[in-house]
Each structure stands twice: as C-alpha cells, then as structure tokens.
Design a protein around this ligand. Structure first.
Ligand code: NAD
Length: 508
C-alpha cells in the first residue's frame, strides 16, 4: 500500500493542472470558461488552502449547455442500445485506469479518507458497467392483452436532463446519476457542487476520451442560486435529478413548476439504527459505528440516531463510546486515517454548533464534541467522532440532520416506543434494525418510515435494488429499472385484434 508521503507527492502532481489552469466548464465537447469570465475559488478542507479557480457559470452557460444537450439528443437517443453499451463500458474501463488520480484528487477536494476514496473509482466504474449492460433493454416494455386488443408499451428517453449533485462523495454520486441517464438515451447537463468540483471535471473528460460523442455530457460549474436555478428553469431540460438537502429540493420544485419539470429527489436523512436486546450487540455496535463515522458522517444514509432497548442501553453506549474515541482522525491521504476534515469551514461551524446545542438541551457528550487542534490538523476542518447520550427524541440533536461524525443515542422501553422514535422525524431515508427475532424484524420493518432498511447489516448496496427515501428524504427511486422509469417516457400502443363494432354516433 502507498505510504502517506507517496500519496502526498502523487496528489500534488495530479492537482498541479488544476492549480495552474483552474476548472473550466465543458460544453459541446469544449473546455470553456464561464461566459461572464468570472471564477470562484475552491479550497481544500485539509488546510483551507486554495486548490483552483473554478468557472463561475450562470444562466448564459446553462443555456449554451442545454442547447448542446438538445442538439446531441436525437443521435444519442437513436443510437442502438448495444452501441451505447459499448461506449459506456469504455467509460468504465477509463475510470478504472485513472482510479488513483480520482481517489487522491477527491480526498484533497472533499477531505474524505483515502481508505474509502481508493474504492470510489471502482464503485463509479461499477455504476457505469451496471447501466451499460441494461442499455440494450432500456426501451423494452410490456404486452398487455385486453378483449379485442393488445396493448404494447415502449419506453423512449425523456430528453436532455439536468443533474445537480452535492459535495459529499461527489465522484461516486455523479456516476450514480449520470450512468443511468446516458444508458437510457438521455443527454445531460451536470451541475456539480461548488465545494467539490474537481472530480466532476475529470469524469467528463474521461468519458469523452473514451468515445462519448460531444454534446451528450455537458458540465457547468457554479452556485445553486445561479447555475443550479437556471438549469431547473430551462425549457429544453425535461427532468431534474437532484441529490442534496431537503430545503433545496423544495426550492427546485418551485423553480421547475413553470416548465413542468419531472423531478427525482434524493434528500437528507436522520436514519435510525434500532438495537433490540436480543441482537448480536458486538456486530450491531460495529455497524452503527461504521455507518456514522465512515465517510466523515457526511453521508445521506449515515446512522445518525441509535435507538437502544433499555436493558442493554448502558453497556451498548459504553461500547460505542469506547470504540468511537479510538477512531483515528487525520490527514485524508494518511492510509491510517478513518475520519478526515469536514468539507468546508462553514460546514464545520454547523457541525460544531450541535456540540453546544446538545449541552444546552441537557444531553451528555459521551465522547468527542470538539475540534481537533493537534499540530497541523488545527488548520483544517477536523472534529472528533462524537457521541451524544441522555438525549430525548424532541431535542434538535435527535431531529436535525447534522451531516458529520455525530451520533445521538436514545433508549427505548419496548417495540412500540422504538417504532415511535424511529418514525418520529421528518425524514424517511434509511433504517437499520438489529434483532435475532425475524418475526419482529418483519413486523417492525413493515411499519418503519424508510425507503431502505437493512436488518442485521450496515448499508450494503445491491445496484438493481431501489434506492431512495420517503417523507422529506425524497421523491422517486434510483437503481436498476427504477432509474429508467425516471429517465424515460412510457408509451402505450393499443392494437385492435378483431373487428368489434365501433360505436357510430347518431347523425342528422
Ligand atoms: P445542497 O442542497 O446545498 O446542494 C446540492 C446541490 O444543489 C449543489 O450542487 C448546489 O449548488 C445545488 N443547489 C443549491 N441551491 C439550488 C437551487 N436553488 N437550485 C438548483 N440547485 C441548487 O446539498 P449539499 O449540502 O451539497 O449536500 C448535502 C445534502 O445532500 C445532505 O442533506 C445529504 O443528506 C444530501 N444527500 C442525499 C443523498 C440521498 O441519496 N438521499 C445522497 C447524498 C447527499
């Protein structure tokens, strides 16, 4: 395995081009600056140093990108699925070939630890492969027999689509949205998050180098209120796939109303891990720790609440606190690091504000609850893995998405109370249940408000399975055929199979 110093040296060589040339937009196969000529700076959360000047796109850039996506749409839509499959497989291979570069750049741009990001490219390539294989059958429909009629359904790609992605694990998330859109036959305009735009730039150039036709994939950088808003309002863009905060989703619904945008939202979460006394407590503890402290807790499916049956509560939180305190916080390129810096000083401030809120609300900080100020880490956005205990469901720390390595523990008396607590938040993205009683697991999961539930496991993804949330956590599902339902229109053609009488209207 590469050493910390190797990683630092290599990261610097990969970042040199961004430091020198900045990050441009990519429209119709061309790298272009923003029409206004404006740029904004992206910084590294490692030490708050500038990484690059980024094109500050706005409505004019979005308009050019949407027109390019519209012009490229017909040929991409009409290309045989088998041809699209070949191109998307080439993209997957090309992603893997640049796995090290993607990992190191992503670490420096987002603060995510190398041990997790070293797999980001493989996961991104897997997303492309999975949907590439489905491109030839994307148009397949059903045959529905009725008396005197056969109904045949087909699917056609909806048109150019806008994809707006957040700053957490941006590479992997972008591939998760873009691969199915392209496999379905849509062309795209991608608006990456302003806090972490570097790997989105790598991704579009990798795809075109691998043979993706110009104009099929366009990338416009910028902020939500200008580039993002213009994309959601553009008349040539037929649908918006959005991943981000619930309140941004609300804004996008409003912005897209005038052009009747189809929307797919993957939003926030406050996901419970429900631990019953009969569970394998050791495995449950490891899973709960993994789901909140890996990826810096900046993960929509993170287990940010742990609900524990009273009889095992004290022993279980003691185990969590002991293990959490030993998790290594450090530079993201150090192979030993588990938790790196949070994405940005403004987000660090938000996460740290909950340390005070917890104390004001009367909860206990069992471990963590502070900024890391050891040596060089003092210059970055580092916080310690944190566990709040003695919390109640009504507290803000038990209701709001903190989006950092911060876990809130709450005891429950019985199954009824566990369900009340699990469902007693505005969100409904993911849930985790730990019990050896399978009848209870089935009864409980049936009533849980969550789009995705794992029983006796952490979040392990199966790409054909539906991914998405209910309540304030989202609209729609991704994964397998669910993605094609969003990116395609279903058309029904009814064919008469006999000469049944046709009603004749009375005539004068
Ligand atoms: P955010 O909502 O602030 O930003 C996401 C994207 O939306 C960015 O590209 C931003 O520029 C853009 N945007 C902001 N305002 C906009 C507007 N008015 N119109 C159009 N675009 C706009 O989210 P974030 O802080 O970048 O990401 C963190 C959030 O994402 C968390 O809430 C997290 O739970 C959520 N998330 C959800 C999932 C999921 O699958 N459910 C996955 C990852 C992240």
């Amino acid at each position: 395995m590469a050493s910390f110093q190797d990683n630092l040296d290599k990261a610097e060589s990969y970042l040199a081009r961004f430091r020198q040339d900045g990050v441009s937009n990519h429209i119709d196969g061309q790298s272009v600056p923003a029409a206004s000529g404006k740029t904004f700076e992206t910084i590294s959360p490692v030490d708050q140093s500038k990484l690059a000047d980024v094109a500050h796109g706005g409505a004019e850039d979005i308009d050019r990108a949407a027109k390019a996506a519209k012009a490229a749409f017909g040929a991409w839509r009409d290309m045989e699925g088998g041809e699209r499959k070949k191109i998307l497989h080439k993209v997957a291979y090309a992603i893997e070939a640049r796995a090290e570069e993607i990992a190191l750049v992503e670490c420096m741009d987002t603060g995510q630890a190398f041990r997790f990001m070293s797999k980001a490219a493989l996961r991104g390539a897997a997303n492309f492969r999975f949907f590439a294989d489905r491109a030839p059958s994307a148009r397949d429909g059903q045959s529905l027999k009725a008396p005197g009629q056969i109904n045949i359904t087909t699917r056609t790609p909806i048109g150019p689509v806008g994809l707006i992605t957040p700053w957490n694990t941006p590479f992997m998330l972008s591939t998760w949205k873009i691969a199915p859109a392209l496999a379905a036959g849509c062309t795209i305009v991608h608006k990456p998050a302003e806090f972490s735009p570097l790997t989105a730039r790598l991704l579009v150039e990798i795809a075109e180098d691998a043979g993706l036709p110009k104009g099929v994939w366009n990338t416009v950088n910028g902020f939500g209120e200008d580039a993002g808003k213009a994309l959601t309002e553009h008349p040539d863009i037929k649908a918006i796939g959005f991943v981000g905060e619930s309140r941004t989703g609300q804004m996008i619904l409003g912005q897209g109303a005038a052009t009747l945008k189809r929307v797919h939202f993957e939003l926030g979460g406050k996901n419970p891990v429900v631990v019953f006394a009969d569970a394998d407590l050791d495995r449950a503890a490891d899973a709960a720790l993994f789901m909140i402290y890996s990826l810096n807790g900046e993960r929509c499916t993170s287990s940010s609440r742990v609900l524990i049956e009273e009889s095992v509560h004290d022993a279980f939180v003691a185990k969590l606190a002991e293990r959490a305190a030993k998790i290594k916080v450090g530079h993201p390129l150090d192979p030993a690091t588990v938790i790196g810096p949070l994405i940005h000083p403004s987000h660090e401030e938000k996460v740290r504000s909950y340390f005070e809120i917890a104390q004001e609300e009367g909860a206990t900080i069992a471990t963590g609850g502070e900024k890391v100020t050891d040596g060089d880490l003092a210059n970055g956005c580092y916080v310690r893995p944190t566990l709040f205990t003695n919390a109640r469901a009504s507290m803000r720390i038990a209701q709001e998405e903190i989006f950092g390595p911060v876990l809130t523990a709450i005891p429950f008396a019985d199954e009824t109370e566990a369900l009340e607590l699990a469902n007693g938040v505005d969100y409904g993205l993911a849930g985790y249940v730990w019990t050896r009683d399978m009848t209870r697991a089935l009864r409980f999961t049936e009533k849980m408000d969550a789009g995705m539930i794992w029983v006796n496991s952490q979040n392990v993804r199966h790409l054909p399975a539906p991914f998405g949330g209910m309540k304030d956590s989202g609209i729609g599902r991704d994964g397998g055929d669910y993605s094609f339902e969003f990116y395609m229109e279903t058309k029904n053609i009814a064919l008469a199979t006999d000469d049944r009488p046709i009603p004749r209207l009375d005539q004068e």
